[in-house]
Design a binder for this molecule. Structure first.
Ligand code: SAH
Ligand code: SF4
Length: 345
């Protein structure tokens, strides 16, 4: 069976050619998939009944399922999307009340090999890469289920996008061309994979690069992020400076605040020093307790103090609102829960 979702316009035109149908049919099907986000060929009502029957013999719209859906009081929706081989990933839709933006948080891999100590995704280990079609399928799932059009995409679900960069870049192209989501509305978040950052610098895309820094000194960072041993901070910084110079773009620094570990005044000063010659905004993320460990959330007071110190050093700082706290909306939580359930039988 041919899976229509994920096919580019040229591919659909090729298929129509085989079916001896016009190019215009390809355009219609393309619009049903990416703009109107239908789930079945029967819903493509501007195609003749005969043609729909013919198409149904060889094709279906998609082969994924929504395994779990959770809706938060704040409007955040979280999906566990299941692929035909039984593997699942998480996709989250976030709405921000004051804006018309609908942001999809997508996964790039099943599991993750980077193994950060604070992350629920890391606990299940790495399973496999997602294909570009599986990546975009997550956004189509959201659009089909809600009837809404996603306007922004962040690669902040499961997995390390830079370790599956070919598929991420192909997905990006389809988001641009087929979904009509501008590159400026897409953010790629990485734990700091230097060769990936170098590749993005070369490509000079319009997308935003977000770096999960989480600690400004080697000794501290390596205790929570083993990737620090492979790509230590000086190498990372060099790659970031090069990226900023080549693209002229401002990057985003993500920084999880863990109580008593990296949220103190001396660490804030170290962070300000590390960032002083980098063109960046900072996004502070209060730690979300998702896995069994001793990490704790910082107090509201400590968050404000940390924010103040960074702002004082001239950076624009935002604190990430907790979205969907009532529905396991942090990275890797829902899938982890399902795995636990499954292993308990
Ligand atoms: N692998 C990429 C993208 C996915 S993780 C990366 O690490 O950047 C997306 C973001 O969620 C990262 O900044 C990550 O550090 C953060 N995150 C993971 N576990 C978290 C937790 N328990 N609390 C708060 N943020 C978390
Ligand atoms: Fe992987 Fe990102 Fe989780 Fe680290 S935080 S284990 S890189 S998904």
């Amino acid at each position: 069976m041919i899976i229509l979702s994920g096919m580019k316009l040229e591919e659909l035109e090729g298929l129509m050619n085989e079916l001896k149908a016009t190019k215009f049919r390809a355009k219609q099907i393309h619009s049903w998939i990416y703009s109107k986000s239908v789930s079945s060929i029967d819903e493509m009502t501007n195609l003749s009944k005969d043609f729909r029957e013919k198409l149904k013999e060889i094709a279906i719209v998609c082969d994924t399922k929504i395994k779990v859906k959770q809706v938060s009081k704040d409007g955040t929706i979280k999906y566990l999307v299941e692929y035909p081989d039984g593997e699942c990933v998480e996709t989250v839709l976030m709405r921000f009340d004051n804006r018309a933006n609908l942001t999809a948080c997508v996964s790039s891999q099943v599991g993750c090999a980077v193994n950060c100590s604070f992350c629920a995704t890391a606990k299940g280990g790495f399973r496999r890469n997602l294909t570009y079609k599986e990546i975009i399928e997550q956004v189509l799932t959201i659009q089909r289920d809600t009837g809404l059009k996603v306007t922004n995409i962040v690669f902040m679900g499961q997995g390390e996008p830079m370790l599956n960069l070919d598929n991420v870049l192909k997905a990006l192209e389809i988001f641009n061309n087929d979904f009509q989501i501008g590159a400026r509305r897409i953010t790629i978040s990485t734990s700091g994979i230097v060769p990936g950052i170098e590749k993005l610098a070369e490509l000079n895309l319009q997308s935003t690069l977000a770096i999960s820094l989480h600690a400004p000194v080697h000794e501290l960072r390596k205790t929570i992020m083993p990737i620090e041993n492979k790509y230590p901070l000086p190498d990372l910084k060099k790659a970031l400076k090069n990226y900023i110079e080549k693209t002229g773009r401002r990057i985003t620094i993500e920084y999880i605040l863990i109580h008593g570990f990296n949220d103190t005044t001396p660490v804030a000063k170290e962070l300000a020093y590390f960032l002083k010659d980098l063109k960046c905004n900072v996004n502070l993320i209060p730690y979300n307790s998702v896995v069994e460990n001793d990490y704790k959330k910082p107090s509201g007071n400590d968050i404000m103090k940390f924010k103040y110190l960074l702002e004082h050093s001239g950076k624009k700082v935002t604190v990430r609102l907790e979205r969907g706290a009532d529905i396991d909306a942090a990275c890797g939580q829902l899938r982890g829960k399902m795995q636990n359930k499954n292993s308990l039988g």
